[in-house]
Design a protein around this ligand. Structure first.
Ligand SMILES: C[C@@]1(CC(=O)O)c2cc3[nH]c(cc4nc(cc5[nH]c(cc(n2)[C@H]1CCC(=O)O)[C@@](C)(CC(=O)O)[C@@H]5CCC(=O)O)C(CC(=O)O)=C4CCC(=O)O)c(CCC(=O)O)c3CC(=O)O
Ligand SMILES: NC(=O)C1=CN([C@@H]2O[C@H](COP(=O)(O)OP(=O)(O)OC[C@H]3O[C@@H](n4cnc5c(N)ncnc54)[C@H](O)[C@@H]3O)[C@@H](O)[C@H]2O)C=CC1
Length: 214
C-alpha cells in the first residue's frame, strides 16, 4: 500500500535518534533543518555526529539505548547496527504510541524518509516505498540539475504575488487563473532573465488588469 506523504512540522518537537554512525548523521541533519528538538542516543558517537550536535544544539546522550529516552518523543529513528536494539526501539515505540523508523528494517517503519531536493522553501520529496532507496537518491540528483536555486527564489516571489492576489481579487476562480499564469514557465523565464524588481512590476500590472476586468 502506498504511504501517505506529508510535510511534518517538527519545530520544537522532541525527536529521538538512536545510533551515531553515518546513517544517523544523514537523518540528524535533516531533522535539525526541520527545527526538531533532537536527542541522539549513541554509545559511541563519531566525530561528525558529535560536531553536528554541538554546533546545532542537539542533545547527545552517550549511553546504550533505554526506553526512558524516547518518552515524550513524537518520532523515533533507530539507526544502530544492532538489529535487536533497533527492534527494541520499535517495540517500545508501539507501546508508547510513537511513530518509529528502523533504518535497516522496512517492515518496522511507520514512515520512510524520502530523498529530497531542497531549494529554499521549495522541497521535492522522492519515495520508492522502500523498494530501492538508491534510485530515490539517483532521481534526486537528476532533479537537482533541473530545479536550481532560482526555483527557490522564484517561490519567494510567488509567495509575495499570491498574498497580493488574495488581498485584491475576491473571486477564487479569477485567482486560480491569474496564479496559473504566474507559475508557468514563461513567468519563471521572465524572472530569471530580468530579476525580482522587473518581475514584480510586471506581475503587479497583471494583477491590476485582472482587477479592472471585474
Ligand atoms: C526503508 C528506508 C528506511 C529509512 O531510512 O527511512 C530505507 C532502508 C534501507 N536503506 C538501505 C540502504 C541504502 N539507503 C541508501 C540511501 C537512502 N535511503 C533512504 C531512505 C530509506 N532507506 C527508506 C526508504 C525510502 C524509499 O524507498 O523511498 C534515503 C532516500 C533517505 C535518507 O536516508 O536520508 C537515502 C537516499 C538519500 C539521497 O541520496 O538523497 C543507500 C544509498 C546511499 O547510501 O547512497 C543505500 C545503500 C544501497 C542499498 O542497499 O540500497 C538499506 C539496506 C541496509 C543494509 O543492507 O545495510 C535499507 C534497509 C532495507 O532495505 O532492508
Ligand atoms: N536506511 C538507510 O538509509 C540505510 C540503512 N543502513 C543500515 O543502518 C544501520 C546503521 O548504519 P551505520 O550508521 O553505517 O552504522 P555504524 O556501525 O556506523 O553505527 C552504528 C551506531 O549505532 C550505535 N549503537 C549500537 N548499539 C547501540 C545501543 N545499544 N545503544 C545506542 N547506540 C548503539 C553505535 O555506537 C554506532 O554509533 C545499519 O544497520 C545499516 O545496515 C545502511 C545504509 C542506509
Amino acid at each position: 500500500m502506498p504511504k501517505y506523504p506529508i510535510f511534518l512540522d517538527l519545530t520544537d518537537r522532541r525527536v529521538v535518534l538512536v545510533g551515531g554512525g553515518a546513517v544517523a548523521v544523514r537523518k540528524a541533519g535533516v531533522l535539525l533543518d526541520a527545527g526538531a528538538r533532537l536527542v541522539v542516543v549513541a554509545d559511541h558517537a563519531g566525530d561528525v555526529l558529535t560536531g553536528l550536535c554541538t554546533e546545532r544544539g542537539a542533545q547527545l546522550i552517550r549511553a546504550k539505548y533505554a526506553k526512558e529516552y524516547i518518552a515524550e518523543a513524537v518520532l523515533a529513528i533507530a539507526a544502530t547496527n544492532d538489529e535487536k536494539v533497533n527492534r527494541q526501539v520499535y517495540n517500545d515505540c508501539q507501546e508508547l504510541g510513537i511513530l518509529c523508523n528502523v533504518v535497516d528494517d522496512p517492515p518496522l517503519c511507520d514512515f520512510f524518509v524520502p530523498a529530497v531536493v531542497r531549494r529554499g522553501d521549495l522541497q521535492i520529496a522522492i519515495g520508492t516505498d522502500g523498494y530501492c532507496p538508491a534510485y530515490a537518491g539517483h532521481l534526486r540528483e537528476k532533479l537537482e540539475a533541473i530545479f536550481t536555486e532560482q526555483h527557490g527564489l522564484f517561490l519567494a516571489e510567488l509567495e509575495w504575488a499570491r498574498k497580493r492576489i488574495i488581498e485584491v481579487i475576491e473571486d477564487p476562480a479569477d485567482r486560480k487563473v491569474l496564479l496559473g499564469e504566474l507559475v508557468d514557465d514563461e513567468s519563471f523565464d521572465y524572472f530569471t532573465a530580468n530579476g525580482s524588481d522587473a518581475w514584480r512590476e510586471k506581475t503587479q500590472a497583471c494583477i491590476e488588469s485582472h482587477q479592472t476586468k471585474n
